[in-house]
Structures are given as structure tokens and as C-alpha cells.
Design a protein around this ligand. Sequence first.
Ligand code: TYD
Ligand code: MG
Length: 457
Amino acid sequence: MAKPKVRFVCRECGYISPVSLGRCPSCQSWGSLEGEKEAPAASGASLSLLGPSAVISLAAVPLSQTQRLSSGLGELDRVLGGGMVPGGVTLLSGEPGVGKSTLLLQAAANVAQNGGKLLYVTGEESASQVRLRAERLGLKLEELYVLAETEVPVILETAAQDWDILVVDSVQTLRIPALGLAAGSPAQIRESAAALTALAKKRNIPLWLVGHITKEGGIAGPKILEHLVDAVLYFEGEKDRPTRILRSFKNRFGPVNELGVFEMTGAGLGEVTNPSELFLAERPRGAAGSVVTPVLEGRRSLLMEIQALVSPSPLAMPRRQTLGADPSRVGMLAAVLEKKARLKLFDRDIFVNVAGGAKIAEPAADLAIASAIASSWLERPLPPKLVVLGEVGLAGEVRRVGRIGERLAEASRMGFTQVLGPAAELAESEKQLKISVVGVRHVREIFTAEIGLSVPK
Ligand code: TYD
Ligand code: MG
């Protein structure tokens, strides 16, 4: 008989190696490769619980089977692209404690209240712990059904009855006993998720899978599942802040990079319908180095505050540190300011922070970052009702940004009256805008434009 082949799978990133290695060549983590038998046949056994399927013409698919289901949470529905899709599998990942279980339990209660039959499978907490949480959240307990179970065949059997939505919290606790591996090992996670996904597709019900990611920001387990599921949502937030941000990272049925904002309170997650207000709440007035910029997050525009601190460096290699902004982008902008606008930065430390724990990835924030650095260097604040936008090129040229109308509409909605940005584009739309315009063509012009800076000496 042929010896069963063994392969080694990285617990952190899913990398597969034919030989055992001390360090994963893909994600560089140590001791993360685990041996497993190739192509375990066990999932077949659990899948056979599902029975045979029928072939159907697309035209014969009833429309009711394609209608989205609301989670009752507007911010969650938005990130999903308008609600849950029947047969759609969504992976909700995030660090332990961020609020994944809370979010799904609140959604579950809404669904139940609207007459939906939702089964909440909890592998992580006991049924009584879930009850305690639901009581704390003030949810109606009667219509909420929980199954405290980790064995996949049992879950499949139970879920094959008439449930409209299935939530499984979390994939790391699931086990197919026939695999003979510990829960949380890559093969268990993959095979368990595959079996549950097959069930959701077959019964045409939405399935939620919760997956933890590791503290270091590395993605354990869930990474292996990303290709298997229809949508991947990340729930993010800092421990000591109430703000929680939900992002779609992949979505077969909706937009990606869509963003939902929540606030963790004593009574669960509250929806933040005006995130600009939240991100600007603690903005210092008249402080040098603080600049507001409108960024696009999915289909909406939000205002965020960028803060820069420029100070003489005691180091031979001055620091360029960022929180929420791309460090290489900030390094590039510092070089452009130095070379093209004669701002001496080579002996300064530069720190850039996006307030409120938000993240900015768009080049459209370049001019705002450059202005924040210049404002801190000169110790001169910018006008309090000014927003700044525009991409900055290596020659120092200020370029256009996408969907400027939406950005400026959000700025004026939030009470901003002045915009600094790409001259050509602002001139085109000046008449339609309810905001006064300061156009620049080159980054050096920010020192001569009437926004309170001065030419550096
Ligand atoms: P939880 O949903 O258990 O996180 P996850 O499932 O992602 O691990 O959230 C746990 C945290 O949320 C915990 O630190 C307590 C806090 N919390 C509140 O602040 N308010 C609440 O109403 C609830 C239920 C939890
Ligand atoms: Mg949890």
C-alpha cells in the first residue's frame, strides 16, 4: 500500500510545503508549519449529509431566492452591499475582543425580530455566556436560538433543518472528528468551512463565519478561507477607544473598501451615522500641524484629520513615523517638500498621525499631509474651516483627485468654507461649489497661498 503523503501547512498564512520547515518562507513566522495528510477524505463524509442536488435553469431560479436580507443594522448592510445574500458566505474577522460576537448577536436579534429563523452556533462561548451577553444588550431572548457545538457533522445535521440564516462563531473552534486533528489546525479550519459553505449554497441561506486574527495583525486561519468565501469583512478598532470600523476586503456581491462605523458602548454597538463628526470630534483649534481632508471610503466621503509633528532630530537618521498613513508616501512627500519647496527636513523627525484611529490610503490626501508637515515646521496653524486635497507628484505638481464633488459636498455639510487643492480642477467646478477655492499647481505654492503659512527661510 502506498504511504499516505504528508504535507506541511502554515497555521498563519496557509502556505504549503512538502517538507517540514522551522520558518514559513511566505509569512516568516517561526514554528507555524504543521503536518497533515494530503487531501483528507473526511469532508466527503460530512458533505454526504447534504444529499443530492437538482440541476436548474437560471430562468427557473425563483426571484425570492436572490433577495437580500437586512441585518437591521444600516452600517452592516451598507458594507455588505445592501444586506445579506441568500447562499452568500461572509467571513467576519478581527482581533479577539473587538466585538465580532456582539455585532452578530445584535444582527441576529434584529433578524429574529423580523421573523427570520436564525441559528447562532457558538463554539467559543457556552449558551449561558451568550444569554448573559444578550441580556446585557437588552435583546429579546425568546426568538434567539443558539447551538453550543463545535463538531461539524452535528452542526450540519442541525442546520439542514429549516433555518434562514446560520452564524458560526468561530471557525477556529470547529472540528471534523474524522480528520483526527486539533481544532484550529489549517486542515480543520479549511475542511469545516468548506462543509458549512456547501450547506449554505445548497440550502441557499446566508452563512456567517467568525474568524480571529492574531494580535500581531497577521491573519491566522481566516487567510486560508479568503478564497472560499464570498465576502471578507474586517472589524477593526483600538482597545482603549470605542470606535469600531467594519471594512469589506472582498465582496462578490457588493462594493469593496466600503466602510461601516460603530461605537462600542456599555449597551453594545451603536451605529455612527455621521462618522466625519466622530473623526473630527477632538480636533484641536488653532494648532499647527493639523489639517482636515475629505477621503473616499467606498461610496461615501468622510472628513479625517491629519496631524503632523516636525521637530529637530537628535539622530543621524531622522525618524519618519506614521500611524494611519502610508510611511513610504510620507517619506516621498518629505523628499518632495525638501527638494521642490526648499523646506529643510533632512535634520527633522517627522511624525504623521491620522486622528481617531482611522486610516488613509489615498494619494488624494498627499497635499493635506504635505500641508500638515509644512504647518508644523513653520509653527503656523491653517484656517480652522479649511480642507485640503490633491495628489502630489514627484515634480511637486498638484494633481486631480477623483469624485471631488462628493468630497467637497461632505466638507461643506460639515461646515467647512474653504478648500485648498488642484487649481485646474477647482476652477472647473468653482461655480457649483458652495465653498471658496484656493487653487495651487505646485506644492511650493502652499507657502504663498493665502492660508496662513509663510515662505520658509
Ligand atoms: P466580543 O463581541 O466578545 O468580541 P469578539 O467576539 O470579537 O472577541 O466583544 C467583547 C468586548 O466588547 C469586551 O471587551 C467587552 C466589550 N463590550 C462592551 O463594551 N459593551 C457591550 O455591550 C458588550 C456586549 C461588550
Ligand atoms: Mg467572540
